[in-house]
Design a binder for this molecule. Sequence first.
Ligand code: URA
Length: 284
Amino acid sequence: MTTAPETGQKLAAALRWQIEAGADEAILDAPVDRFATQPPNPAPKPARERAPSNAAPAPTTTTAPPNLAPADAVNETARGLANACDDLASLQTALAAFDGCALKTTATNLVFGAGAPDADIMLVGEAPGRDEDREGMPFVGASGQLLDGMLGFLDLSRERNVYITNILPWRPPGNRQPTTAEIAACLPFLERHIALVAPRLLVFLGGTSAKTLLGRSEGITRLRGKWYEYASAATQDSRLAAIPAMPTLHPAYLLRQPAQKRAAWLDLIAVREKLDALAPMTDH
Ligand code: URA
């Protein structure tokens, strides 16, 4: 017979194992008995979304349930919804109403983007972490603080000339890597997001962002530090058909590997210099 202290030790060991495996918070309000034939818990509630106060009403069109719709159909639906949006507020509302990515059901908040909507520089990270999911804002945790500090030294800030978003607008549970299907489902919204901000320069933070938006397979250490041209169907109509883009190391990686900060500094200094070399904009 198992004693109460033994049971407690086993439960504590199971909990420790889950935390080490990356499950750092409960996703549902109550535990799910996966051995029961009929799970006693109701389906997870959709994420509580933050829509801007001036946002257009949510479109009524949504996709079929995420597990049933083929990936191409989801991507097509996303493209139609995103391309119908003419400003950031309506894009945020359309994304909040989009049901084609199952991460929405486990996230707490939609993390759309933040910063100057007419920014010179747009940064694209990977996906919200725990702090961003809680606050509904990108890069507000430790890596965001490092990023803001680095940008500040170059006279760049979200308040004045920088806009930040992510490849995925919802947090993957336990901060796991985004899947190809999740990225494909949300990509049309990001492409439209970039076209609407129409920055003069793009900075891709980390390998997921760089590989997705440049369509490359090399790792970030190979891609970083060089200029590329970013273009998508969504930018074709815009004033800037191709936007110069610099991939660099993700700030979360820099926190783990401080010796790599020098490389990231060189990349950001190159971005600042390129911005300074561009002619002043008259209509931006
Ligand atoms: N990491 C990211 O890639 N994005 C965030 O918003 C936060 C951490």
